[in-house]
Design a protein around this ligand. Structure first.
Ligand code: PRP
Ligand code: URA
Length: 210
């Protein structure tokens, strides 16, 4: 079976990820780098976008070139931390629509609890990229993807910055059709289901809430 896991280990991504991991990196830099990493990952995650031929007149000649075939895209950040990835992607694809899904992990059970959802009306016709910096147990991303599939979406990708092996297994099991894009896969989860070595609590570090 085609491997749906794409580990994007470009040197620029690895360098930026190391800055994110450093506990001494402050809120401003952390937020900026999350956005940059999302932009770099987006470059790879959109590699299969279809192209069409268009005729263009350069200052020297008329010729046929490639242009995006107008495939409709939506990005869906999982609140809160996924919001940090939105701007980087919109810089590359300014016409993408943005849906939002609010989920938090119950601190006791680690199970995802949904508290907000707002999707573009034509979401079922769009290719969707779900955004969340962290794929830990995979519960939040899996629930978000199930929810988005409920709207009739058929073409869904998941973009994370860091993943744990358990999260990847969860998505592979629950959503074998979904391509996963990550900058790194870490060793394990700790007893609180945090990724180790990881980068800590992504939402708190993006929004300065700790
Ligand atoms: C974090 C993270 C993911 C989730 C990952 O969100 O941003 O959404 O945990 O964990 P999982 O793979 O085990 O589900 P959190 O619940 O801390 O909410 P927040 O983004 O509002 O801080
Ligand atoms: N959520 C985070 O923000 N960090 C983790 O390591 C796991 C879940």
């Amino acid at each position: 079976m085609e491997d749906k896991l794409h580990v994007l280990d470009h040197p620029l991504l690895q360098h930026k990820l190391t800055i994110l991991r450093d506990k001494n990196t402050g809120v401003k830099e952390f937020r900026e780098i999350v956005s940059e990493v999302a932009m770099l990952e987006c470059y790879e995650a959109t590699r299969d976008l279809p192209l069409e031929d268009v005729e263009v007149e350069t200052p020297l000649a008329k010729a046929t070139f490639k242009s995006l075939a107008g495939k409709k895209l939506a990005i869906v950040p999982i609140l809160r931390a996924g919001l940090g990835m939105v701007d980087g992607i919109l810089q590359l694809i300014p016409s993408a629509k943005v849906g939002h899904i609010g989920l938090y992990r119950d601190p006791e059970t680690h199970a995802p609890v949904e508290y907000y959802c707002k999707m573009p009306p034509d979401i079922s016709e769009r290719e969707v990229i779900v955004l969340d910096p962290m794929l830990a147990t995979g519960g939040s991303a899996s629930a978000a993807i199930t929810f988005i599939k409920g709207y009739g979406c058929k073409n869904i990708k998941l973009m994370n910055i860091l993943a744990a092996p358990q999260g990847i297994e969860c998505i592979r099991r629950d959503h074998p059709d979904v391509d996963i894009y990550v900058a790194a896969v870490d060793e394990k989860l700790n007893d609180h289901a945090y990724i180790v070595p990881g980068l800590g609590d992504a939402g708190d570090r993006i929004f300065g809430t700790k």
